[in-house]
Design a binder for this molecule. Structure first.
Ligand code: SAH
Length: 294
């Protein structure tokens, strides 16, 4: 889930301008994660660059034959392709590209919108997020499952701990539910230093500066909270399970778990005599909503 570890590769193809559609088709056939045509100010007679984004290089022969095939389908000869070049993509470039496609997301009570997007008048609570390189734009199923759990279970007098806060989205959502004159502790932690910086910026953007963010994870020193939310992956949750249970007084939400990992997590929970929990599903992801005795 950590975008920072991802290395993107861009395949840049210089082609005869009118053959760009054929090349895009080939890139999609090759499993490109996204494509882009760089045709600013070019007239049809000139060449242009078509870019395909990949997280690993496709097989060289496959690449050549897909391009050749696509050109033939669109009635071009191989000569329409002038140059092929691989480039490693700086995270930032990819992000700029990806940002263009990020649109506001709605849940029952919230609209999560990028900072640059206009939001129409609404009764819902608007959360503004500048993602930079942190996870948590509200579009991911695992985040949506947590937002749902918050919408359905959070009461304004509860303290809240967000383990793996990313952009800070869940902590911000909770702070938005609180009554300004009567605030209970909201804390977000993340092992990723950049995420904490971004989370603080987002809290400021949303006027929820009362949230306390810190670098790190849940630990023996962490105090108890009424509501603990952990949108991490199953492999990260498992070693933290004892602490997550110990530190949650009323509710524990575990998210970032794949459908097929349900029995793995449920099996671990029985070791703590926990067998009664609610499972919510969104696509291939599930969350476990566990009521804790006081
Ligand atoms: N809460 C956000 C982000 C979830 S992504 C949302 O729901 O959208 C998971 C985050 O957990 C990442 O930002 C990652 O850096 C962080 N993380 C990974 N392992 C962790 C750990 N052991 N303790 C705390 N944070 C962790």
């Amino acid at each position: 889930m950590d975008n920072k570890e991802t290395v993107w590769l861009a395949l840049e193809l210089t082609v005869q301008a009118n053959a760009s559609e054929a090349i895009e088709f080939a890139l999609n056939e090759l499993g490109a994660l996204g494509t882009e045509i760089n045709n600013l100010g070019k007239t049809p007679a000139e060449t242009l660059t078509v870019i395909g984004y990949f997280n690993e290089k496709p097989d060289e022969d496959d690449l050549r034959s897909q391009i050749s095939n696509a050109l033939r389908i669109y009635d071009f000869s191989d000569n329409a392709l002038k140059e092929i070049e691989w480039r490693k993509v700086e995270d930032q470039d990819w992000l700029i590209e990806w940002k263009k496609h990020w649109k506001p997301t709605e849940t029952a009570r919230f609209i999560i919108a990028p900072t640059w997007e206009k939001v129409e008048d609404t009764d819902k609570i608007v959360i503004r997020i500048e993602p930079s390189m942190a996870f948590g734009t509200g579009t991911h199923e695992t985040t949506r499952l947590c937002l749902k759990a918050i919408e359905e279970n959070y009461a304004p007098e509860m303290s809240f701990l967000d383990v793996g806060t990313g952009t800070g989205i869940l902590a911000i959502a909770v702070a938005k539910f609180q009554v300004p004159s009567f605030r209970f502790q909201v804390t977000g932690c993340d092992t990723d230093e950049d995420s904490i910086k971004i989370a603080r910026e987002n809290a400021e953007l949303n006027e929820t500066e009362n949230i306390e963010f810190h670098i790190g994870s849940i630990s023996a020193e962490t105090p108890e909270f009424d509501f603990v939310c952990a949108n991490l992956t199953a492999d990260v949750i498992l070693p933290l399970l004892t602490l997550l249970i110990e530190k949650s007084r009323k509710l524990l939400v575990l998210s970032g778990i794949l459908n097929e990992q349900e029995s793995l997590i449920a099996g671990e929970l029985t070791k703590y005599q926990i067998s009664d929990f609610k499972i919510e599903t969104d696509g291939e992801w599930i969350s476990l909503v566990i009521e804790r005795g006081e």
